[in-house]
Design a protein around this ligand. Sequence first.
Ligand SMILES: [Fe+2]
Ligand SMILES: [Fe+2]
Length: 288
Amino acid sequence: MFIADICGKAGRQATAHLTEVLKEKFNADYVVANVENAAGGFGVTPEMSRKIFTYGVNVQTSGNHIWDRVDILEYFEEEPKLLRPDNYPKSAPGSGVYLDDVSGTKIAVMNLMGRTYMHNIDCPFKAAAKNLAGISKETNIIFLDFHAEATSEKQAMMHHLDGRVSAIVGTHTHVQTADEYITENGTAYITDAGMTGSYDSVIGMEVGPSLGRFLTGMPKRFTAAKDDVKIAGVIVAIDKTTGKAKSIQRYRYDFDINKIDESKFAILGYKPKRSSIAHLQEDDSNDN
Ligand SMILES: [Fe+2]
Ligand SMILES: [Fe+2]
């Protein structure tokens, strides 16, 4: 199960309350979430990342915003399950690949970033091929979060890795696309998984400053928006033996912090069994 870009406190709260509910609904074994916008839209703090793991997330991916909070640099040394795009130059802290073991089954999560209309970092296509040479010896269950702006670059990556990875899920635009499918060679693909956060916004941020920047051409201070919250992403079913994708399904559900039980019921159609989320550390951070 993949949770698309968690944006600001609204996104963190939706993730806190709905991850276990969605796991129950879709019978998910493993959860990957993109956290690049968790801290008010700009990066993620170590404290937030730690909490998000307690919500039922196994691995966190990111993107261009990962460096926005400087305290994340040291955190990379202690937390290999937070990934940054692997094609940043070697001098950058952290890694973009994580190999995990799920009840005896090895799986790999990879995070790469595109270069079209983005930072001009190392080539994601070469990085993917180089990584796969090593990863493929370990497992054929490989999930890629490809964080990129251009649809063309994402589709090109799909053809580059067709049949060599289980799933390629695009992130960064925050708008879920309706093009999910599985190639003949068994790779699940979607151009963008969407966003977890406020939809009464401009890609998760408050409308005023964002619109103002377009109207005036002047820089503005952005804050994460709060209203009309949704959790979004995809569910990919992967054959444990072959590593081929069997299905890919989009999801997007409403979340209301004042109607948590109703939000859960709307997803499941019944009262959640796993709602004993006693271990859940409520997000009480003042950080937007
Ligand atoms: Fe994002
Ligand atoms: Fe991004």
